[in-house]
Design a protein around this ligand. Structure first.
Ligand SMILES: [Mg+2]
Ligand SMILES: [Zn+2]
Length: 195
């Protein structure tokens, strides 16, 4: 059984924009994303969003704008029967070299402390190499989706690292995780590759 599900935001839950999501109108959820969150919510583990938002550190929007986007996201998720138990945001500019901006694992470590998680029993669903690296840095199982801009790189990565689980989208990742959890009830099985 897993301890928690970490989720990336842009490119995983919603359409990534080259010019950043700056308002609730620009938060366009990917097809099936809400339904996927709804089904994952049947698992009795925390679902935690882990997102880099350098849009704040770059001075394009302020923290309040990102908070408003996340309040709106919460409302949509709740209305469709899902939940997000926490949202961790790195607001820093890449040049700040903070410990929280993925690929650094700072947000995962903070969540592990807050929710008392064994990170080796957590999964991280994301769409980028930095999600993969953050997960690997703390022993989380990476589950990668092809809905972001790094689809090609992820396919190469999955070829070189057979423990990577690569799925078409969050919907497929959720279905895989639900099946995995049902399978592992009562026994501590190793991760099974979906490939
Ligand atoms: Mg992403
Ligand atoms: Zn940071």
């Amino acid at each position: 059984m897993i301890d928690a599900i970490f989720l990336d935001r842009d490119g995983t839950l919603n359409v990534e924009r080259a010019d950043y999501v700056k308002s609730i109108d620009e938060l366009v959820l990917l097809p099936g994303a809400l339904a996927a969150l709804g089904s994952l919510s049947a698992l009795t583990v925390p679902i935690i969003l882990i997102t880099n938002q350098s849009v704040i550190g770059r001075g394009i929007v302020d923290q309040a704008a990102v908070d408003a986007i996340h309040a709106h996201l919460h409302t949509q998720v709740r209305a469709s029967g899902g939940r997000l138990d926490a949202i961790y945001v790195c607001p820093h500019h890449p040049d700040a070299h903070c410990g929280c901006r993925k690929p650094q694992p700072g947000m995962l470590l903070a969540a592990a402390a807050d929710f008392q998680l064994d990170l080796a029993r957590c999964v991280f669903i994301g769409d980028s190499l930095s999600d993969y690296a953050a997960a690997r840095a703390v022993g989380c199982q990476p589950v990668l989706v092809r809905t972001g801009r790094q689809m090609r790189q992820l396919e190469q990565l999955a070829d070189s690292d057979p423990s990577v689980i690569l799925m078409d989208d969050l919907r497929a990742a959720a279905a895989w995780l639900m099946a995995h959890e049902q399978h592992s009830v009562g026994c501590d099985t190793a991760w099974r590759s979906a490939r």
